[in-house]
Design a protein around this ligand. Structure first.
Ligand SMILES: [Fe+2]
Ligand SMILES: [Fe+2]
Length: 216
């Protein structure tokens, strides 16, 4: 689901500044060099946000959608432009990507009429989405971004695409690494909705993983 589809399904209207900034974020993501952090990844997140709102019967007034949508558009803008050179590089990116994406957003937002409160909420959610966190995430929007993004880690299509486009290491080691990494994946969710989604998505991931990556 694209942002346009999300907006038309929910009849939500972004302010002109937020609309422009979303478009800029989407354009960065659509030109990504990292096949796992690209336009498809954020479209999948719009779908998950839409599913979450539907399942919980939420209206557009029940959560701060401008924060959510801007955060989805910008949270991976730094990573989108990087290609890790190996596993260590990949791990380092996991640590710092939120801070750098938040900086990208702030630079883009500074010359718009977006209010400071909104800028700081989007920056916070973006910064806190990084995999390695030492303190709990406080705002509901940042928590939901974390949950949606974490569920997205189990989207097998992303790994199939990454596997097709580049292998950092040999195929055998790639599979071993992915299996180990995914099994240790952080299962800390903030919403009950994500907690209930997780076992279904995880089972599907591992059953498709062995079929899709049965090349060893
Ligand atoms: Fe990320
Ligand atoms: Fe992401």
């Amino acid at each position: 689901m694209t942002l346009k589809e999300f907006l038309s399904e929910t009849s939500f209207q972004l302010s002109p500044s937020a609309d422009l900034l979303c478009d800029q974020g989407i354009s960065i993501m659509n030109n990504a060099i990292d096949p796992m952090h690209d336009g498809d990844h954020i479209n999948s997140m719009f779908t998950k946000l839409y599913d979450y709102m539907n399942e919980k019967n939420l209206t557009t007034r029940d959560l701060n959608l401008e924060v959510m949508l801007l955060s989805i558009c910008w949270h991976d803008t730094w990573k989108a432009m990087k290609q890790p050179r190996g596993i260590l590089d990949f791990m380092l990116h996991q640590l710092v990507e939120g801070v750098f994406s938040a900086r990208n957003f702030q630079k883009a937002a500074i010359n718009t009429s977006l209010d400071n409160e909104l800028i700081s909420e989007v920056s916070y959610a973006t910064r806190k989405h990084s995999y390695l966190q030492f303190t709990a995430i406080k705002t509901p929007e940042a928590q939901l971004l974390w949950d949606i993004d974490t569920l997205e880690m189990w989207n097998i299509e992303r790994y199939i695409k990454a596997g097709e486009e580049f292998f950092m290491i040999t195929r055998r080691r790639y599979q071993k690494f992915m299996e180990a990494y995914m099994k240790r994946q952080n299962k800390r969710f903030y919403t009950q909705w994500a907690r209930s989604q997780f076992p279904i998505i995880k089972d599907d991931f591992f059953s498709r993983f062995s079929t899709e990556f049965s090349f060893v």
